[in-house]
Design a protein around this ligand. Structure first.
Ligand SMILES: *Cc1c(COP(=O)(O)O)cnc(C)c1O
Length: 373
């Protein structure tokens, strides 16, 4: 029986092995392991991709989000106890970045079609302490619309994108600076290049993207001990730097991002056309916006039976995510809240294989298996 693993990173990176090895050897032999040419070039390339003025390479996606919030505090835009509106339906890291900075996360239910934060609900969550909104482009579907921008404008709120799952995606509505690419839609964005993300390093890397000069300077200093120039520390900073080797790995992978995103989109279309089991609800493909399909997530009542059936037929699957942030033990202070849509999603979502080297033929075969469930 043919096996369809959910994700095999060694197989996913296999096509680039020669280039990755050469790039790693060049760094090893070059003798510059941090703050070198590879990081600088990566930052230029990420800034270009996200159509922003600045990109600062950092240690990982969570640190990228944390650094943005901390930098806004240093710049006087945020204060301890300020409220930040975040989606209830997200990976916990989004919320952790807010809590870590002494800010208060205010959770917002998703829409049933995009599974992203419902911008029409934001107005009702605003208090005199609300200072920012943090939309997450979950699974690679842009979370951006005119309503989001309007409420931000009306209440003078910062918009900080969590672009960890959507590098290369594009919205159908222009962002604050007239561009459409995620990571450049709002005031600033945190990006992740964790190995399983669409643009994945061979370890941890992240990036902050922004067109705000002051924010970029503050983030860059904070990520390097709070130092604006050598042995001169203006902030109580951190060490959140990027390894040159990982920057080099990413620059290899970046050359193939567009192609890989196209391949994922082709697989999503096959699933969409071929899965016809009424028990399996497929995600919406939005014409006009560019979804990059970090995950292809179906909804199934009786998920455990479905996953056991898939497994018995050689099809790997995963769950993103089984427990929403407000149900995590670390968020006991949010446990009394109720988010029915988020909670139902957590019970029903199943991620199907979509990452390379999966082919459209594989997707057709998987759809056939699903239709016999
Ligand atoms: C992966 C992810 C993060 C964190 O990125 P890391 O690089 O793993 O720290 C943050 N938010 C979302 C939505 C993510 O998927």
């Amino acid at each position: 029986m043919k096996q369809y693993p959910f994700l095999d990173l060694a197989l996913a990176n296999a096509p680039y092995m020669d280039e990755l090895k050469t790039a790693a050897c060049d760094v090893i032999e070059g003798g510059r392991y941090l703050r070198g040419e590879q990081t600088q070039l990566l930052e230029q390339e990420i800034a270009e991709l996200c159509q922003v003025k600045h990109s600062i390479g950092v240690s990982n996606g969570l640190d990228a989000l944390k650094l943005i919030l901390r930098a806004y505090k240093e710049l006087g835009r945020l204060r301890d106890g300020d409220e930040v509106i975040v989606p209830a339906n997200t990976y916990v890291a989004t919320v952790l970045a807010v809590s870590d900075n002494g800010l208060v996360p205010v959770l917002c239910e998703p829409r049933e079609d995009t599974l992203n934060m419902d911008s029409s609900l934001i107005e009702g969550l605003i208090t005199d302490r609300t200072r920012a909104i943090m939309p997450v482009h979950l699974y690679g579907t842009p979370c951006w619309d005119a309503g989001l921008m309007q409420v931000a404008r009306d209440h003078d709120l910062l918009i900080i994108e969590d672009n960890a799952q959507a590098i290369g995606a594009a919205s159908d509505v222009a962002g604050l600076h007239g561009t459409f690419v995620t990571g450049g839609l709002g005031d600033a964005a945190g990006n992740s290049f964790y190995p399983t993300k669409n643009l994945g390093a061979l370890g941890d890397v992240g990036a902050v993207t922004t067109s705000d000069d002051a924010l970029a300077d503050a983030v860059r200093a904070l990520a390097n001990y709070g130092s604006d120039r050598r042995y001169h520390n203006i902030y109580l900073g951190y060490n959140c730097r990027v390894d040159e080797i990982q920057a080099a790995m990413l620059r290899v992978k970046l050359r193939y991002l567009e192609r890989e995103n196209d391949e994922r989109a082709a697989i999503a279309r096959v699933y969409d056309e071929c899965i016809s089991n009424p028990r399996v609800k497929t995600p919406v493909i939005f014409e006009g916006m560019r979804q990059i399909w970090h995950q292809y997530v179906v909804r199934v009542e009786g998920r455990d039976d479905f996953r056991a059936y898939l497994n018995a037929n050689g099809v790997g699957s995963d769950i993103h995510y089984a427990t929403p942030p407000h149900r995590q033990p670390c968020y006991k202070d949010l446990a009394h809240l109720s988010f029915p849509i988020t909670e139902r999603l957590a019970d029903e979502v199943v991620s199907l294989p979509i990452a390379p080297p999966l082919t459209t033929d594989d997707a057709r075969a998987i759809a056939d298996i699903i239709n016999r469930f």
